[in-house]
Design a protein around this ligand. Structure first.
Ligand code: C5P
Length: 243
């Protein structure tokens, strides 16, 4: 594992769960993190929360829950100079991981990795799990989802990224294209759960058997009557599936 935040996180089944704090306020984020501490390894601060509350929410989460790693899901996509400058600013926040779009290309990814200087793991988002072949075609892509994910994973590896974000369905292609990269898989749905707006979904057990290192889980945990119990059930699936 190129990045293992905080130390030892990856070695425990629940440590491989990244819970998405997709809520609009710091108060709600801290409350949800409080319920999940000890049941997940990392919490994800995404666009909604970061735009609403700014970097102070990351500082508050780290102060209150030092054992939870922070996954900063800003999905940066701009010119290399701007992406690098944003990474340098984010480096001070103490996040374990920061996401950028792999579609930007190798030079852009390399600028991010250089700016991170090892202080935060750069994860390249390959193809969003909400996109299917039709959505990609509408956006001008002429490759299949799997081909595009593999190409972008290769770019991420060449740029020195810590890992990539992809759906469970492309893990085999990623492993072939870029074997050393950490894999982070959103679009996780326990058996019987609805897909919501996700398209390329997979159960936790299947994703881990297919080679996922970390699982990003939002609504199946956040909207559960007992989020900690939902996380524990996913951790049990990971433990049963882990090699
Ligand atoms: O609620 P759900 O489990 O669908 O949440 C998934 C989370 O993972 C969301 O916060 C979404 O922004 C994020 N994500 C994703 N697909 C990617 C990258 C991140 O769904 N490729």
């Amino acid at each position: 594992m190129p990045a293992d935040p905080p130390a030892g996180t990856f070695d425990r089944p629940h440590g491989r769960i990244i819970a998405a704090l997709d809520v609009p306020s710091a108060e709600q984020a801290l409350a949800l993190a409080g319920r999940l501490a000890g049941h997940v390894g990392l919490v994800k601060v995404g666009l909604e929360l970061f735009v609403a509350e700014g970097p102070s929410v990351v500082a508050a989460l780290r102060r209150r829950h030092p054992d939870l790693g922070i996954f900063l899901d800003l999905k940066l996509h701009d010119i290399p100079n701007t992406m690098g400058a944003a990474v340098r600013a984010a480096r001070r926040l103490g996040a374990a991981f920061l996401t950028v779009h792999a579609a930007a290309g190798v030079a852009h990814l390399r600028a991010c990795v250089e700016a991170a200087d090892g202080a935060v793991g750069i994860l390249a988002v390959t193809v969003l799990t909400s996109q299917d072949a039709r959505a990609l075609a509408e956006a001008g892509a002429t490759r299949t989802v799997e081909e595009l994910v593999a190409m972008r994973a290769e770019c991420a590896a060449r740029a020195g990224c810590a890992g990539i974000v992809c759906s469970g369905r492309e893990l085999a292609a990623v492993r072939r294209a870029a074997p050393g990269l950490a894999t982070v898989v959103p679009g996780i749905r326990p058996a019987g759960a609805g897909a919501d707006d996700q398209v390329r979904v997979m159960t936790p057990g299947r994703a881990v058997r297919a080679g996922a290192d970390y699982l990003v889980v939002g609504r199946p945990i956040r909207t559960a009557p007992d989020p900690a119990a939902a996380a524990d059930a996913i951790a049990a699936e990971i433990a049963a599936a882990a090699p």
